[in-house]
Design a protein around this ligand. Structure first.
Ligand SMILES: NC(=O)c1ccc[n+]([C@@H]2O[C@H](COP(=O)([O-])OP(=O)(O)OC[C@H]3O[C@@H](n4cnc5c(N)ncnc54)[C@H](O)[C@@H]3O)[C@@H](O)[C@H]2O)c1
Length: 352
């Protein structure tokens, strides 16, 4: 039976972003937006959409051939009763539509990144998804790119020994909006370990001063920060370090070698240590590029129809978000180490 999908938040990532992806990259394969992704995925059909802006809603629905249109997502959920909901609102407007969708009885969620902009909302979302026990997949989607999949299989095959540490290029961009992507990708390559502690220094973006206000345990940032430096201790003695590597590059340091992703998974090199001064290249397999969005949706549809687990999920999404909030806490405390899970739950950030 064909699953019926709906989109809440009819903007770029919901569909029109495909017009912007004109560059040549191994894994930015169209369709990228949610609506064209649904159109290209077997077993699912996009039947309804909601946006608070009526004009935007109409233009978007005309373009993607969606007949049922709502300016209030609650009416959509009540009247359409979709099986799957995409939540593509801005991050600061994510939690309520997402929770409403989960509590309305949908069978699966495809939500954008960053998941939310406050710890209070994170806890509410995690609680709702756990209670409903439904699959949820995430727009921090590089774990569905064929390049990163190939890298994970390469590491799992043991060519370089056990992965111990990931260095990620976190210069440029912003922590929640941009680096939620690359933190998720690095966590995937390290086997998704639970974060244990975070130390970070954040900065404003584009020479803007970062506004940090604190009141008791509450910490609020007036903008989505850039990451100056961050060190994250992970379960099993692993570590994630945000460094000055070129933006979105990742280096996985293993017990017997190093795997480097260049240009956001455009190409890979692997080197294996023979002895202290002698390293040899290890051939990295080629991969067949395909749309990550269609892979995400295939994973979600498979989970709903077959009951199989998805590659992502609320507990994996939560780990990436806890890391980001702990960076804020560490920064606000002068770069102190913050142990996870944090007991105080009142951090918020302004992010799209
Ligand atoms: N995965 C990716 O690579 C990727 C790329 C771009 C954007 N994004 C994410 O997608 C999200 C949306 O970004 P965008 O660039 O598409 O933004 P956008 O502004 O183009 O679209 C957001 C839409 O949501 C609507 N909206 C806001 N509040 C709403 C509500 N309560 N109910 C219904 N509609 C509401 C707005 O009117 C707007 O039309 C962001 O969180 C962003 O980080 C992800």
């Amino acid at each position: 039976m064909t699953l019926r999908a709906a989109v809440i938040g009819c903007g770029r990532m919901a569909g029109t972003i495909d017009d912007e992806i004109t560059y040549d990259h191994a894994d930015f394969v169209l369709p990228y937006g949610h609506a064209p992704g649904y159109a290209a995925t077997d077993g699912v059909e996009l039947v309804a959409a909601a946006d608070v802006e009526a004009d935007r809603l109409d233009g978007w629905c005309d373009r993607f051939g969606v007949a049922s249109r709502f300016t209030d997502h609650r009416q959509l959920l009540e009247q359409i009763k979709p099986d799957i909901v995409s939540v593509t609102t801005p991050a600061h407007a994510r939690a309520q539509p997402l929770i409403d969708a989960v509590e309305s009885g949908v069978r699966g969620i495809y939500t954008e990144k960053a998941l939310c902009t406050s710890q209070v909302d994170l806890d509410r979302i995690v609680k709702a998804v756990h209670a409903a026990q439904i699959p949820i997949v995430y727009g921090a989607m590089r774990r569905y790119w064929a390049g990163f999949e190939t890298a994970r299989a390469f590491l799992d095959a043991g060519h370089l020994g056990e992965p111990r540490s990931a260095l990620i290029g976190a210069s440029g961009g912003s922590a929640f909006h941009t680096h939620s992507h690359i933190i998720d990708a690095a966590m995937y390559l390290l086997g998704d370990p639970e974060p244990a502690a975070v130390q970070a220094t954040l900065t404003g973006r584009a020479d803007q001063e970062l506004g940090v206000s604190t009141q008791g345990d509450a910490i609020a940032l007036d903008a989505d920060p850039a990451i100056g430096h961050a060190s994250i201790d992970l379960a099993g003695g692993r570590r994630l370090t945000c460094t000055d590597l070129p933006s979105l590059d990742i280096e996985i340091v293993c017990e017997e070698g190093v795997l480097r992703s260049w240009g956001d998974s455009s190409r890979y090199t692997a080197m294996r240590r023979q002895d202290r001064y002698d390293w040899e290249p290890v051939p990295f397999p080629s991969w067949q590029a395909r749309s990550g969005t269609v892979a995400i949706l295939g994973d979600l549809v498979g989970a709903i129809n077959e009951g199989q687990p998805t590659r992502s999920g609320i507990d994996i999404i939560r780990r990436g978000m806890e890391i980001l909030f702990a960076m804020v806490a560490s920064h606000a405390q002068g770069g102190q180490r913050v142990d996870l899970p944090m007991q105080s739950r009142d951090i918020s950030v302004h992010s799209h």
